[in-house]
Design a protein around this ligand. Structure first.
Ligand SMILES: Nc1ncnc2c1ncn2[C@@H]1O[C@H](COP(=O)(O)OP(=O)(O)OP(=O)(O)O)[C@@H](O)[C@H]1O
Length: 371
């Protein structure tokens, strides 16, 4: 057998667990100022006070969740008097699901599954915190998913105003918004009490992505498994999407592709093949956070290549009763988040017609809408 071939029980992975998406990196590079802001905001909780609420925002895959979890981990080594709950709002997307998750963390048992109102469960949580003199920090990760049904406002309102109804309770919120354009808006009832420390997670620069990917390669693979040109190719792909998750997924998939060929190193071809699946990871995740109306608009544009705004509205209202202004607001949002491109043509009744196109391949968008 050639010496660049793997024996059947050999592997190129030194530690595959570091390529899993729930792996929390020990070394968390290029996020010092964000980690400092989080520590500053949560420090009061460690001293038995109400924490400063935070709004963490930035594009997908820029380390928001991991940064919060790093700080939670750190706090847990110092004290057990702060109850830290992280909620994945994509999975727990109603206020009942969220409060159940908090209940489970505090009481270590499932809440009664039926017949109990949100208010009742919430009250049990609050009374327990007061009785045990504990501070609670609730991290609502990807709170975008709670916006559609109006759940975000209700939950935020309950947590942030709990002390008015139950004096002495100490609760705080870290809201994580995965969005490029700050496209969230809370109800005025909430914004009047939610005056958060805003912590921005901008996209990583090319060099920063390079550092993070190199460090992950060192942990994940044996030396020389990933040649320099392959590393660069992966960094370029991450740079295209801005999502580090794509890079980590690419490392895993291209490593598996190399092993499939029984090769001791990853080739550029292994990465290109892996990218076919990894690139959809990014798009699928983003599209899944859109509302049904937004997905419908994307689907119609995808099916029509390019389309005039008026025609798109007509198709849309075939199954929908949204007014033109609301409809066009959605088109604008999709444009701001770079799904759509809107340009003007010279024709049309008033001289200028808006032409709408997709910024992604139509097939990819349709695949991702289907889930
Ligand atoms: N500075 C960093 N150093 C090492 N790994 C990082 C860093 N930033 C992000 N990662 C890795 O990138 C992946 C995505 O990070 P994370 O889930 O924290 O992003 P996010 O901003 O919360 O994404 P989303 O908004 O989509 O939920 C994780 O696997 C994480 O380990």
């Amino acid at each position: 057998m050639k010496n660049n071939m793997l024996l059947w029980d050999e592997t190129i992975f030194r530690d595959p667990t570091v390529l899993e998406l729930d792996y929390l990196p020990e070394q968390f590079m290029h996020r010092d100022s964000q980690l400092q802001s989080l520590i500053y905001s949560l420090k009061p909780a460690v001293k038995g006070m109400r924490p400063i609420n935070c709004l963490v925002y930035g594009p997908p895959g820029t380390g928001k969740t991991s940064a919060v979890l790093k700080v939670f981990e750190e706090i847990e080594t110092h004290t057990s008097d702060v109850v830290l709950v992280k909620i994945n709002c994509q999975m727990d997307s109603t206020r009942f699901a969220v409060v159940s998750r908090i209940y489970r963390k505090l009481f270590n048992i499932d809440p009664p599954s039926s017949g109990v109102a949100f208010r009742k469960l919430f009250e049990k949580i609050v009374l327990k915190l007061i009785e045990k003199d504990k501070v609670m920090v609730v991290c609502l990760d990807d709170i975008n998913y709670l916006f559609h049904g109006g759940h975000a406002d209700e939950i935020m309102y309950s947590i942030l105003r709990a002390h008015e109804q139950y004096p002495g309770v100490k609760m705080g919120v870290i809201a994580i918004v995965s969005d490029t354009g700050k496209l969230y808006r809370f109800d005025p009832k909430v914004s009047s009490v939610f005056l958060p420390e805003e912590i921005e997670f901008p996209s990583y620069s090319y060099d920063e992505v390079g550092d993070i990917i190199s460090s992950r390669i060192q942990l994940a693979f044996y030396p020389e498994v990933v040649p320099e040109e392959v590393r660069e190719k992966i960094v370029n792909y991450v740079d295209l999407t801005g999502d580090l998750r794509v890079g980590i997924d690419l490392l895993k998939r291209s490593g598996l592709n190399a092993e499939k060929r029984a090769s001791k190193n990853i080739s550029e071809d292994d990465v290109d093949k892996a990218y076919e699946s990894s690139r959809l990871l990014h798009l699928r995740r983003n599209i899944s956070s859109l509302s049904d109306n937004e997905k419908e608009i994307l689907r119609l544009v995808a099916e029509n290549d390019e389309i005039k705004a008026g025609e798109l509205y007509e198709l849309f209202t075939g199954n929908n009763e949204l007014g033109y202004t609301r409809f066009y607001g959605l088109v604008n949002k999709l444009k701001d988040s770079h799904y759509l491109d809107v340009s003007f043509s010279g024709e049309g009744m008033r001289g200028r017609t808006r032409i709408i196109r997709l910024n992604y391949p139509a097939d990819d968008v349709i695949k991702c809408i289907r889930g």
